[in-house]
Design a protein around this ligand. Structure first.
Ligand code: 6GU
Length: 235
C-alpha cells in the first residue's frame, strides 16, 4: 500500500519508523511518504493560513498550497474519478466516524492520501476540487476536538496498517480482538496462577475448551452490555 501524508508538522510521523509499522515500511509492505505543506508555498513566511471570509474566530488554511501539494501527490493532469482513483482522506471532526469496519475497508486500498488540516479548517474549495480527480472522504476519530488531523491520522494508519496481509505475525490474533465480532474482548490471564491473592478463573485451567469458549463469549457479552450497550444491537 502507498500512503501519502500532507501536513505542516511532518515530524509527527517520525514515530511511524518504530514498531510493527516501521518493519512494514522496511519490508516494502507500506510505502509511506510525508510531505510538508509549507514546501508548496512561495512567500518568504511560507504562509498556509488566512482570515476567514465572513468573519469569525481563527484562521483558515489557504487553498493554493493544498492545491499544489495535492497536484504533486495525485498528478496535475485531470483524470476522471473512478473506483481505482486514489482515496484522499481529510481527518475532520465533521467526518464519518472511524471504526474497525472502516479500517478493514481502507486496508484494501492501493493508495491512501491523508490531508492534515490545522486551525479552523481548510478552505472548502480544496475538498470540492479534490473530489473532481480523486475519491474524497472526511473521517473523524470520535466526538472530541483535536488541534489538527495529525494525531488522528497516526491512529488511523496504525489501525489500517496492522490489517494489511503480512503485517501481524499471527492472523488469529486479529480475529479474537475487540470489535472484530462487534463485541469487546474477553479478559486475559497468564502465569502465575495466584498473584497478590488474585486467582486466575478456574475454568481457564480446566482444559475444557468448550467451557473456555463459552466463558469467554459470556464475558464478552457481559462486558459489552456494561460498557458499550450501543454495540450489542449490531452484534
Ligand atoms: Cl479526525 N480531526 C480533528 N482535528 N479533531 C478530531 C478528529 C479529527 N477526530 C476527532 N476529533
Amino acid at each position: 500500500m502507498r500512503i501519502d501524508i500532507i501536513s505542516i508538522f511532518p515530524e509527527y510521523f517520525d514515530v511511524l519508523d518504530v514498531s510493527l509499522l516501521g518493519k512494514a515500511r522496511q519490508s516494502g509492505l507500506i510505502d509511506m511518504n510525508v510531505h510538508n505543506l509549507r514546501d508548496f508555498t512561495h512567500d518568504r513566511h511560507r504562509t498556509v493560513d488566512d482570515t476567514p471570509y465572513g468573519g469569525g474566530a481563527g484562521m483558515v488554511m489557504k487553498p493554493e498550497p493544498w492545491g499544489e501539494a495535492l497536484d504533486s501527490v495525485l498528478g496535475s493532469e485531470p483524470t476522471a474519478v473512478s473506483e481505482d482513483s486514489p482515496l484522499v482522506i481529510f481527518p475532520s471532526p465533521a467526518g464519518d466516524v472511524f471504526n474497525q469496519a472502516m479500517a478493514r475497508e481502507l486496508s484494501q486500498e492501493k493508495s491512501l492520501v491523508f490531508g492534515c488540516g490545522r486551525y479552523e479548517g481548510i478552505d472548502q474549495r480544496v475538498f470540492d476540487h479534490t473530489a473532481t480527480r480523486a475519491r474524497v472522504r472526511l473521517v473523524s476519530l470520535g466526538d472530541y476536538v483535536l488541534n489538527g488531523g495529525e494525531v488522528a491520522v497516526l491512529a488511523m494508519i496504525e489501525a489500517i496498517g496492522r490489517l494489511i496481509p503480512g503485517m501481524v505475525g499471527n492472523p488469529d490474533s486479529l480475529v479474537e480482538e475487540s470489535h472484530e465480532d462487534g463485541l469487546l474482548e474477553y479478559p486475559s490471564y497468564t502465569k502465575p496462577q495466584t498473584w497478590r491473592d488474585l486467582e486466575v478463573p478456574a475454568v481457564l485451567r480446566s482444559g475444557n475448551h468448550g467451557a473456555v469458549d463459552a466463558w469467554r463469549r459470556e464475558q464478552q457479552i457481559e462486558r459489552t452490555r456494561r460498557v458499550r450497550p450501543d454495540l450489542l444491537g449490531e452484534a
